[in-house]
Design a protein around this ligand. Structure first.
Ligand SMILES: CC(C)(COP(=O)(O)OP(=O)(O)OC[C@H]1O[C@@H](n2cnc3c(N)ncnc32)[C@H](O)[C@@H]1OP(=O)(O)O)[C@@H](O)C(=O)NCCC(=O)NCCS
Length: 185
Protein backbone atom coordinates (compact mmCIF):
# COMPACT_ATOMS: atom_id res chain seq x y z
CA UNK A 1 0.00 0.00 0.00
CA UNK A 2 1.27 3.54 -0.86
CA UNK A 3 2.22 5.80 2.00
CA UNK A 4 0.06 8.91 2.34
CA UNK A 5 2.28 11.93 1.99
CA UNK A 6 1.14 14.31 4.71
CA UNK A 7 3.79 16.91 3.85
CA UNK A 8 2.33 17.64 0.41
CA UNK A 9 0.78 21.10 0.15
CA UNK A 10 -2.97 21.30 -0.42
CA UNK A 11 -4.15 21.80 -4.01
CA UNK A 12 -4.88 25.51 -3.34
CA UNK A 13 -1.40 26.23 -1.89
CA UNK A 14 0.34 29.19 -3.60
CA UNK A 15 2.28 28.13 -6.67
CA UNK A 16 6.07 28.24 -6.48
CA UNK A 17 7.50 30.57 -9.16
CA UNK A 18 9.19 28.73 -12.03
CA UNK A 19 12.93 28.78 -12.69
CA UNK A 20 14.51 28.90 -16.17
CA UNK A 21 16.63 25.89 -17.14
CA UNK A 22 19.80 27.97 -17.38
CA UNK A 23 19.66 28.97 -13.70
CA UNK A 24 20.74 25.53 -12.51
CA UNK A 25 22.64 24.20 -15.55
CA UNK A 26 26.23 23.26 -14.59
CA UNK A 27 29.36 21.57 -15.90
CA UNK A 28 31.55 19.47 -13.64
CA UNK A 29 34.98 18.64 -15.08
CA UNK A 30 37.59 16.25 -13.72
CA UNK A 31 40.86 14.72 -14.95
CA UNK A 32 40.90 10.91 -14.55
CA UNK A 33 43.98 9.60 -12.76
CA UNK A 34 45.43 6.17 -11.92
CA UNK A 35 43.21 5.93 -8.82
CA UNK A 36 40.14 5.96 -11.12
CA UNK A 37 41.38 3.00 -13.18
CA UNK A 38 40.06 -0.55 -13.21
CA UNK A 39 42.23 -3.64 -13.69
CA UNK A 40 42.11 -3.20 -17.49
CA UNK A 41 43.65 0.27 -17.21
CA UNK A 42 40.55 2.18 -18.28
CA UNK A 43 38.35 4.16 -15.91
CA UNK A 44 35.79 2.41 -13.67
CA UNK A 45 32.22 2.82 -14.90
CA UNK A 46 31.30 3.37 -11.26
CA UNK A 47 33.62 6.40 -11.06
CA UNK A 48 31.77 7.97 -13.96
CA UNK A 49 28.38 7.08 -12.44
CA UNK A 50 29.33 8.67 -9.13
CA UNK A 51 30.35 11.90 -10.87
CA UNK A 52 27.10 11.81 -12.88
CA UNK A 53 25.19 11.59 -9.58
CA UNK A 54 27.29 14.41 -8.08
CA UNK A 55 26.65 16.65 -11.08
CA UNK A 56 22.91 15.87 -11.09
CA UNK A 57 22.73 16.44 -7.32
CA UNK A 58 24.23 19.93 -7.70
CA UNK A 59 21.72 20.75 -10.45
CA UNK A 60 18.78 19.42 -8.39
CA UNK A 61 19.90 21.29 -5.27
CA UNK A 62 20.26 24.57 -7.18
CA UNK A 63 16.93 24.20 -8.94
CA UNK A 64 14.94 23.10 -5.91
CA UNK A 65 16.66 25.47 -3.48
CA UNK A 66 17.24 22.79 -0.86
CA UNK A 67 17.97 19.15 -0.24
CA UNK A 68 17.19 16.82 -3.14
CA UNK A 69 17.83 13.07 -3.08
CA UNK A 70 18.50 10.63 -5.91
CA UNK A 71 15.33 8.59 -6.36
CA UNK A 72 16.40 6.71 -9.47
CA UNK A 73 18.93 6.57 -12.25
CA UNK A 74 17.89 5.19 -15.62
CA UNK A 75 20.02 2.63 -17.39
CA UNK A 76 23.20 4.24 -18.64
CA UNK A 77 24.97 3.07 -21.79
CA UNK A 78 28.70 3.72 -22.13
CA UNK A 79 29.46 4.52 -25.77
CA UNK A 80 33.25 4.88 -25.44
CA UNK A 81 35.78 3.92 -22.75
CA UNK A 82 37.25 6.67 -20.58
CA UNK A 83 41.04 6.57 -20.14
CA UNK A 84 43.42 7.72 -17.45
CA UNK A 85 44.51 11.22 -18.53
CA UNK A 86 41.11 12.11 -19.97
CA UNK A 87 39.49 15.37 -18.92
CA UNK A 88 35.85 14.39 -18.46
CA UNK A 89 33.04 16.93 -18.57
CA UNK A 90 29.61 16.30 -17.01
CA UNK A 91 27.00 18.72 -18.37
CA UNK A 92 23.84 18.63 -16.24
CA UNK A 93 20.47 20.37 -16.46
CA UNK A 94 16.90 20.00 -15.29
CA UNK A 95 14.93 18.41 -18.14
CA UNK A 96 11.54 18.18 -16.44
CA UNK A 97 9.84 18.85 -13.14
CA UNK A 98 6.78 17.27 -11.57
CA UNK A 99 5.33 18.24 -8.22
CA UNK A 100 8.18 17.06 -6.01
CA UNK A 101 10.46 15.31 -8.49
CA UNK A 102 12.83 16.49 -11.20
CA UNK A 103 14.47 14.69 -14.08
CA UNK A 104 18.10 15.73 -14.46
CA UNK A 105 19.93 14.92 -17.69
CA UNK A 106 23.72 14.56 -17.64
CA UNK A 107 25.79 14.41 -20.83
CA UNK A 108 29.31 13.00 -20.40
CA UNK A 109 32.08 14.09 -22.79
CA UNK A 110 35.81 13.31 -22.68
CA UNK A 111 38.94 14.82 -24.21
CA UNK A 112 42.66 14.34 -23.53
CA UNK A 113 43.68 16.58 -20.65
CA UNK A 114 46.66 18.10 -22.50
CA UNK A 115 45.59 18.04 -26.16
CA UNK A 116 43.22 20.19 -28.18
CA UNK A 117 41.43 17.27 -29.82
CA UNK A 118 37.68 16.92 -30.39
CA UNK A 119 35.64 15.67 -27.43
CA UNK A 120 34.13 12.20 -27.57
CA UNK A 121 30.64 11.43 -26.31
CA UNK A 122 30.92 8.94 -23.47
CA UNK A 123 27.36 8.57 -22.16
CA UNK A 124 24.09 10.26 -21.32
CA UNK A 125 22.25 9.59 -18.08
CA UNK A 126 18.83 10.53 -16.77
CA UNK A 127 18.24 10.71 -13.02
CA UNK A 128 15.17 11.47 -10.94
CA UNK A 129 15.74 13.60 -7.86
CA UNK A 130 13.10 14.35 -5.25
CA UNK A 131 13.15 17.54 -3.19
CA UNK A 132 12.79 16.72 0.50
CA UNK A 133 12.07 18.74 3.64
CA UNK A 134 13.82 18.55 7.01
CA UNK A 135 11.98 15.30 7.80
CA UNK A 136 13.02 13.72 4.51
CA UNK A 137 9.47 13.97 3.12
CA UNK A 138 8.91 15.07 -0.48
CA UNK A 139 8.34 18.83 -0.88
CA UNK A 140 7.17 20.87 -3.87
CA UNK A 141 9.85 22.05 -6.28
CA UNK A 142 9.73 25.04 -8.65
CA UNK A 143 8.51 24.19 -12.16
CA UNK A 144 11.33 24.32 -14.69
CA UNK A 145 10.86 26.89 -17.49
CA UNK A 146 12.47 25.50 -20.68
CA UNK A 147 14.11 28.33 -22.62
CA UNK A 148 15.35 26.89 -25.92
CA UNK A 149 14.03 24.47 -28.53
CA UNK A 150 16.42 21.81 -27.11
CA UNK A 151 15.13 22.44 -23.58
CA UNK A 152 11.54 21.98 -24.82
CA UNK A 153 12.47 18.77 -26.68
CA UNK A 154 14.20 17.42 -23.55
CA UNK A 155 11.10 18.28 -21.49
CA UNK A 156 8.87 16.31 -23.89
CA UNK A 157 11.28 13.35 -23.99
CA UNK A 158 11.47 13.35 -20.18
CA UNK A 159 7.68 13.09 -20.01
CA UNK A 160 7.87 9.92 -22.13
CA UNK A 161 10.53 8.44 -19.82
CA UNK A 162 8.44 9.38 -16.76
CA UNK A 163 5.38 7.61 -18.22
CA UNK A 164 7.45 4.48 -18.81
CA UNK A 165 9.09 4.59 -15.35
CA UNK A 166 5.74 4.86 -13.59
CA UNK A 167 4.16 2.16 -15.77
CA UNK A 168 7.07 -0.23 -15.11
CA UNK A 169 6.95 0.41 -11.37
CA UNK A 170 3.14 -0.11 -11.32
CA UNK A 171 3.39 -3.32 -13.38
CA UNK A 172 6.05 -4.79 -11.05
CA UNK A 173 4.04 -3.87 -7.93
CA UNK A 174 0.90 -5.43 -9.47
CA UNK A 175 2.81 -8.63 -10.29
CA UNK A 176 4.18 -8.85 -6.74
CA UNK A 177 0.70 -8.34 -5.27
CA UNK A 178 -0.74 -11.05 -7.56
CA UNK A 179 2.03 -13.52 -6.69
CA UNK A 180 1.67 -12.76 -3.01
CA UNK A 181 -2.13 -13.23 -3.19
CA UNK A 182 -1.55 -16.60 -4.90
CA UNK A 183 0.88 -17.60 -2.13
CA UNK A 184 3.79 -17.87 -4.58
CA UNK A 185 6.15 -15.55 -2.68
C1 LIG B 1 12.92 9.55 -2.98
C2 LIG B 1 11.94 9.48 -1.79
C3 LIG B 1 12.08 10.77 -0.99
C4 LIG B 1 10.53 9.40 -2.37
O1 LIG B 1 9.66 9.27 -1.27
P1 LIG B 1 8.18 8.64 -1.48
O2 LIG B 1 7.45 8.77 -0.19
O3 LIG B 1 8.29 7.32 -2.15
O4 LIG B 1 7.61 9.70 -2.48
P2 LIG B 1 6.29 9.70 -3.34
O5 LIG B 1 5.76 8.34 -3.65
O6 LIG B 1 5.38 10.70 -2.70
O7 LIG B 1 6.88 10.30 -4.69
C5 LIG B 1 7.47 11.59 -4.71
C6 LIG B 1 7.87 11.91 -6.14
O8 LIG B 1 8.97 11.10 -6.50
C7 LIG B 1 8.68 10.33 -7.64
N1 LIG B 1 9.35 9.06 -7.43
C8 LIG B 1 9.40 8.34 -6.30
N2 LIG B 1 10.13 7.22 -6.46
C9 LIG B 1 10.55 7.25 -7.75
C10 LIG B 1 11.34 6.37 -8.55
N3 LIG B 1 11.85 5.23 -8.08
N4 LIG B 1 11.56 6.71 -9.83
C11 LIG B 1 11.06 7.85 -10.34
N5 LIG B 1 10.32 8.74 -9.64
C12 LIG B 1 10.06 8.42 -8.36
C13 LIG B 1 7.16 10.25 -7.67
O9 LIG B 1 6.68 10.02 -8.98
C14 LIG B 1 6.79 11.62 -7.15
O10 LIG B 1 6.93 12.59 -8.19
P3 LIG B 1 5.99 13.90 -8.33
O11 LIG B 1 5.73 14.45 -6.94
O12 LIG B 1 6.80 14.86 -9.12
O13 LIG B 1 4.74 13.46 -9.01
C15 LIG B 1 12.20 8.25 -0.88
O14 LIG B 1 11.94 7.08 -1.63
C16 LIG B 1 13.61 8.23 -0.36
O15 LIG B 1 13.93 8.91 0.60
N6 LIG B 1 14.50 7.42 -1.01
C17 LIG B 1 15.89 7.40 -0.64
C18 LIG B 1 16.63 8.48 -1.43
C19 LIG B 1 18.11 8.48 -1.13
O16 LIG B 1 18.51 8.41 0.03
N7 LIG B 1 18.95 8.57 -2.19
C20 LIG B 1 20.35 8.48 -2.04
C21 LIG B 1 20.75 7.04 -2.04
S1 LIG B 1 22.29 6.77 -1.19
Amino acid sequence: MRRVNASRPPQDAPEIPGKPTSVSRITLSQVMTATDANLYGTVHGGTIMKLVDTCAGAVAGRHSGGVALTASMDEMAFLEPVNVGDLVHFHGQVNWTGRTSMEIGVRVLAERWNESTPETRVATAYLVFVGVDAEGKPRSVPPVLPETASDRRRFQEAEIRRTHRLARRRAILDLRERRSAEGLD
